[in-house]
Design a binder for this molecule. Structure first.
Ligand SMILES: [Zn+2]
Length: 372
């Protein structure tokens, strides 16, 4: 390997692969933590599009709950119906905590996290605090250990595995006494964002393989991945109606009328890049347009219109979301768009229309996302 390949992106990728393959873990936590860090690096981009340099244990706990949420539904296969094990000794504690919170909800099987959180904000708060402690205690200090040595390549933290729960409890009560920062190392956030589309499927595969191993007696189905991660919800009729109205009855992409046509709700930032079901990320399109766009990123002029909709229809979007009890976090969605679009290479090709791709118009992209 050349000296140049020993630093930067290649070294980072190499190190991450080693981490995924490392077998000494007895739970699925490391996958949840790395997926969580990946998502957070994408969604917390600064207004300039620059990736973040600091996250908190609290942010990560929130994200990890979100990742485990769909996985704490009961999995049904044949006559068996159970919550899948995520540890080689009984159940992983974080999974039990999330499951307990889910069971507080009347509609435990189908509730979205958005609904459950809204229904019981203080129980959610307690859940996140417990999960935060678990992450501080175990996976975070151990994750970057290679053999017996700590070799940080994603983040630095100010504590090790000897941290006491008392100290963390004080900090959770008073905000003091514990340094909750996860300092992202130079270049690491950039690498995570850029490798995101490659990393995400790889992480999910490893995550699912581990769960298959812990549940060998009941599981054989490789389709398990869809159960664990495929949480794209089919937007309800009121969401479609609201989008239809916001777009004045025209397809978001080709601008032709949707009347009488088969329509689909499209994730503007593709699900494969970052899983965002919130309303700001949804547009209504012809079945044909949506099907052709698939996992591609839309061209700069679509991005411009999409960005303008955030501003011009802010109230309409907000009202529709609250009417349908649908998640809507326009600031986060905008950060995601910045992360994804502003880190594309010059050679990127974007989807313009059925069968048509265009070079990236960097000036227009920057104008749309930075108002420059
Ligand atoms: Zn169309």
């Amino acid at each position: 390997m050349s000296a140049a390949a020993d630093t930067g992106a290649v070294a980072f990728a190499e190190r991450l692969l080693t981490l995924l393959d490392e077998a000494s873990y007895s739970t699925t936590y490391k996958f949840a933590v790395v997926l969580g860090l990946l998502d957070l690096c994408i969604e917390t981009a600064e207004a300039s599009g620059a990736p973040t340099t600091m996250l908190t244990t609290r942010q990560l706990a929130d994200k990890v709950v979100q990742i485990y949420w769909p996985q704490t539904r009961e999995f049904v296969e044949g006559n068996a119906s159970l919550v899948l094990r995520q540890s080689n000794t009984g159940q992983a504690e974080i999974v039990s905590l999330v499951r307990k919170f889910r069971e507080r909800h009347l509609d435990a099987a189908t509730a979205s996290l958005h609904q459950a959180r809204a229904a019981d904000a203080s129980a959610y708060e307690r859940l996140v605090e417990k999960v935060e402690w678990k992450l501080i205690e175990m996976p975070l200090p151990r994750l970057q250990r290679l053999g017996n040595t700590d070799e940080p390549f994603i983040y630095r933290i100010a504590w090790d595995e000897h941290i006491t729960q008392g100290a963390v409890r004080d900090y959770q009560r008073t905000g003091r006494g514990f340094d909750n920062r996860i300092l992202i190392l130079d270049g690491a956030a950039e690498h995570l964002v850029q490798f995101g589309p490659l990393l995400r499927p790889l992480l999910r595969r490893h995550f699912a393989d581990r769960i298959l191993r812990y549940n060998r007696s009941v599981l054989s189905d490789p389709g398990i991945e869809a159960f664990l991660f495929d949480t794209q919800r089919t937007p309800a009729a009121p969401i479609r109606r609201a989008l239809h109205e916001l777009q004045s009855g025209a397809c978001f992409y080709c601008r032709l009328s949707l009347t009488g046509a088969k329509t689909e709700v499209d994730h503007f930032i593709p699900w494969a890049r970052y899983p965002d079901d919130s309303l700001a990320n949804l547009v209504l399109a012809h079945h044909g347009c949506n099907n052709d766009k698939r996992h591609y990123l839309a061209a700069a002029d679509h991005l411009t219109r999409w960005r303008r909709r955030q501003d011009d229809e802010a109230k309409g979007l907000r009202d529709a979301a609250s009417e349908c009890d649908w998640p809507h976090e326009p600031e986060r969605t905008l950060s995601v768009a910045r992360s994804v679009y502003l880190h594309l290479p010059q050679s990127a090709r974007l989807w313009q229309a059925r069968g048509t791709f265009v070079p990236i118009d960097t000036a227009l992209v920057r104008e749309a996302l930075l108002g420059a």
